[in-house]
Design a binder for this molecule. Structure first.
Ligand code: FCB
Length: 447
C-alpha cells in the first residue's frame, strides 16, 4: 500500500457549475452568466440555471459526500456572491452561504480545499478590462482578503486560482470560454495579471500571518511530438512552454521561459505587462501545488499562421465523451517531471476524471465501467508516482456531481453521482460506489 494514511481522498466541484441560484441573495452577474446568455456560446443555450441547485440542496449534497466515504471536498467560492460589483465590502449573505457549507463539512469530518477563483469573474470587472487589465489583480487581492476574514476560521487549505491557463488563453485568446475574447494581445497580459494576482494574495496571506496552507491549481499536460520529426518536436516543446512552463516557471523560478517570451514577442508583439517586482511577487513560496490532469497532448507542427502553429493529433485507442484520450501513465510521467524540474513540494491531484454518456437504467442504477477504469488507472498512476518518490498528498475526482460543463452545457457528465436536471435527483453511479470501496481499502491498509 503506497497511499499515505492522511491522503486526501476527495471530490471536486466549482461554484458556477453546481450552485444555480444565480440571482439569489444579492449575487452579481459573472462573465459566465453573460457568456451563457450570449446566443451560440454554450451548447443548447444552457446556462448556470438550474445547475445542481446546490445553493439550496447543499445539506443533501454534504450527506452524499459523507455517505460516499470521501475525506476531502474541493469547491470554489463565487466572487460575485461576495462582491456583486467586484469591489467594496462583502455581501453578508454570500459569506453566510459558504460559512454554513463549511460548518456542515466540519460537522461531518470532511476537509475542505477552497478555491478562490474558478472562472466566475464579476461582469463589472470584465467591463473594465477583465484580466487583461492590471487593476483586476488588485481587485482579486481585495476579494481574497474578504474571504480570508470571513471564512478563514473554517478553512485550512486554500488555492488561489483554478487553471490560470484556461482563464487567460481559453478566455481571451481562443474565446471558447468566458469572456469569449479572441485576442492574443489581451490574453498574454491576462496570463500575467492572473499570476500577479496569485502572488499578491499569497504574499498578503503570509504577511497577515494567517493560519493554514495556500497553493495554486494548474492544469498541466504531457506534450509529445506526433512524429519523429524536428518540427513536431519543436511543436511539442512550444505546447509545453505555452501550457506548462508559462505558469510553472514564474511561480517556481521567478521568470518566464525564454523560448516562449521570444515566441510571443515575435508572434503577438511586445510583452510589456510586467512591472518591476512582479516576478518576485509571483514567485511566493507555496505550501502545495494542485495539479489538474485529464490527458496528454500529442501534437503536430501546423504552419497555418496561428500563434502556436500546432495541431492535436487524434490518437487510436480509448477516448472519453470529450474526445480526450485515456492515457493514465502520462500522469506518472507528469508528476515525476514536476518534482524533477520544480522541486519537491507536496502535490495534490485537484482534478482528474472523465465524461461519458451515462444512462440510468430502470433500477436506478448507473453503470459506468469506463469511468471506473479511468479513475482506477489514474489512481494507479498516482501510486506509481508516490513509489517513485513524488510527494502526492491527495486526489480529488472531477466531479462529485454531473454539472454545467462550461461551453458544453449539461451535455458532458463528469460526475461520480448522476444528476437528473429535471428533478434534481442524485443517483450515485457505480463509480461512486467503487470509489468508496477503494478509499476504504486504501485507508484500512495504510501505514
Ligand atoms: C477543468 C475545469 C473543471 C471541469 C473539468 C472537466 O478544466 O477546471 O471545471 O470543467 O475541466
Amino acid at each position: 500500500m503506497t497511499f499515505p494514511k492522511d491522503f486526501a481522498w476527495g471530490a471536486a466541484t466549482a461554484a458556477f457549475q453546481i450552485e444555480g441560484a444565480t440571482t439569489a441573495d444579492g449575487r452579481g452577474e459573472s462573465i459566465w452568466d453573460r457568456f451563457a446568455h450570449t446566443p451560440g456560446k454554450v451548447h443548447n443555450g444552457d446556462t448556470g440555471e438550474p445547475a445542481c441547485e446546490h445553493y439550496y440542496r447543499w445539506r443533501e449534497d454534504l450527506d452524499l459526500i459523507s455517505s460516499l466515504g470521501l475525506r476531502a471536498y474541493r469547491f470554489s467560492i463565487s466572487w460575485p456572491r461576495i462582491q456583486p460589483d467586484g469591489r467594496g465590502p462583502a455581501n453578508r449573505k454570500g459569506l453566510d452561504f459558504y460559512r454554513s457549507l463549511l460548518e456542515g463539512l466540519r460537522e461531518r469530518g470532511i476537509s475542505p480545499l477552497v478555491t478562490l477563483y474558478h472562472w466566475d469573474l464579476p461582469q463589472v470587472l470584465e467591463d473594465e478590462g477583465g484580466w487583461a487589465a492590471r487593476d483586476t489583480a488588485e481587485r482579486f487581492a481585495e476579494y481574497a482578503e474578504l474571504v480570508f476574514d470571513g471564512l478563514g476560521d473554517l478553512v485550512e487549505d486554500w488555492t488561489t486560482h483554478n487553471e490560470p491557463w484556461v482563464t487567460a488563453f481559453l478566455g481571451y485568446a481562443f474565446g471558447t470560454k468566458a469572456p469569449g475574447s479572441a485576442d492574443w494581445a489581451r490574453a498574454i497580459p491576462a496570463s500575467h495579471h492572473v499570476l500577479l494576482s496569485h502572488g499578491l494574495v499569497v504574499r498578503a496571506f503570509r504577511e497577515a500571518g494567517r493560519p493554514g496552507r495556500i497553493g495554486v491549481t494548474l492544469n498541466l499536460t504531457v506534450a509529445r511530438p506526433g512524429r519523429d520529426r524536428d518540427d513536431d518536436r519543436a511543436a511539442a516543446q512550444r505546447l509545453d512552454g505555452h501550457f506548462n512552463r508559462w505558469f510553472l516557471d514564474p511561480i517556481f523560478r521567478g521568470s518566464y521561459p525564454a523560448d516562449m517570451l521570444e515566441h510571443y514577442e515575435r508572434k503577438v508583439g511586445p510583452f510589456d505587462a510586467v512591472c518591476d517586482g512582479d516576478l518576485e511577487t509571483i514567485a511566493q513560496p507555496l505550501d502545495f501545488l494542485g495539479v489538474n490532469f485529464y490527458h496528454p497532448n500529442v501534437v503536430l507542427a501546423h504552419d497555418d499562421g496561428s500563434v502556436l502553429g500546432i495541431r492535436d493529433m487524434q490518437l487510436d485507442g480509448d477516448t472519453t465523451g470529450m474526445g480526450w484520450p485515456v492515457v493514465p501513465e502520462a500522469l506518472t510521467e507528469l508528476l515525476v517531471r514536476v518534482k524533477r524540474d520544480y522541486g519537491d513540494l507536496p502535490l495534490l491531484i485537484t482534478e482528474n476524471g472523465a465524461a461519458f454518456d451515462d444512462r440510468v437504467n430502470g433500477a436506478d442504477v448507473v453503470e459506468d465501467p469506463r469511468r471506473v477504469a479511468y479513475i482506477e488507472g489514474h489512481l494507479d498512476a498516482v501510486e506509481d508516482a508516490i513509489a517513485a518518490g513524488v510527494d502526492v498528498r491527495g486526489y480529488y475526482v472531477w466531479s462529485l456531481l454531473d454539472n454545467f460543463e462550461w461551453e458544453h452545457g449539461y451535455s458532458q457528465r463528469f460526475g461520480i453521482v448522476y444528476v437528473d436536471f429535471e428533478t434534481q435527483r442524485r443517483i450515485p453511479k457505480r463509480s461512486a460506489l467503487w470509489y468508496r470501496n477503494r478509499i476504504t481499502a486504501a485507508t484500512e491498509g495504510a501505514a
